[in-house]
Design a protein around this ligand. Sequence first.
Ligand SMILES: Cc1cc2nc3c(=O)[nH]c(=O)nc-3n(C[C@H](O)[C@H](O)[C@H](O)COP(=O)(O)O)c2cc1C
Length: 242
Amino acid sequence: MKESAVIFDQLVNERRSVRIYDADAEFDEGAVKRSIDRAILAPNSSNMQLWEFYRIKSPEALKKVAWMCMNQKAAKTARELVVIVTRRDLWRQRQRALLKEIEGVYEGKDDKGAKRAIGYYKNLIPKYYYSDPLDIWGIIKKLIYFFVGLSRPMVRHGNRADIRISVHKSAALAAQNFMMSMKAEGYDTCPMEGMDSKRIKKLLGLPRKAEINMVIGCGPGSEKGIYSKRFRVPNEEVIFEV
Ligand SMILES: Cc1cc2nc3c(=O)[nH]c(=O)nc-3n(C[C@H](O)[C@H](O)[C@H](O)COP(=O)(O)O)c2cc1C
């Protein structure tokens, strides 16, 4: 096994959801910044980066958000909370930024690759992310996919629920990057979806279409913070070879 795999294996095995943090141990806040920098390097759908990261640092804000996390110890004792937010409403801004970037990359070129890449962001992305209040466009897309899909492989996601799933998938990958990075920095984390997303959204002043993906408690973990031995169902139940 490569040295990097040995280190990664150790990190994966050592990362646990830690529910109690040590109030006295040293905590380098820079580790959170570096870990968010690494989180945003996570793979994400069409590189649209429809996510935001809010660091909850002040004692007052920490207290409020911990309360909104049902006063779970993982939130109450955390030295910092990171709220991961999905922003499907920002698709137009991201599309423009990506289009500009890609047009720059392909400047002066008019080949098939350039046309395909530019066309993807110019034409396909708006068709995917546009959503009307009644999601009628989403229903139309699903019907098109169904009929086209009768004769050839076709993507099936396209309505509002599918877009929400898509942005949450990408945000969760960023969350995992963040947690693994914190472990590499010598700190612990606990992802939480047991929280009042409506209240947190209001506190952060987020618009209607923004959604809370998860809140991550972080800091130097206390030994008492690991509640039980790690358990996973047998591999045969979840890993298959085809
Ligand atoms: C999306 C998500 C939401 C979670 N929400 C909570 C939560 O609200 N409170 C909590 O104590 N743990 C929460 N967890 C942690 C899981 O309980 C934990 O990952 C699981 O039991 C496996 O343990 P491990 O992380 O130590 O391997 C959550 C994990 C994920 C991925």
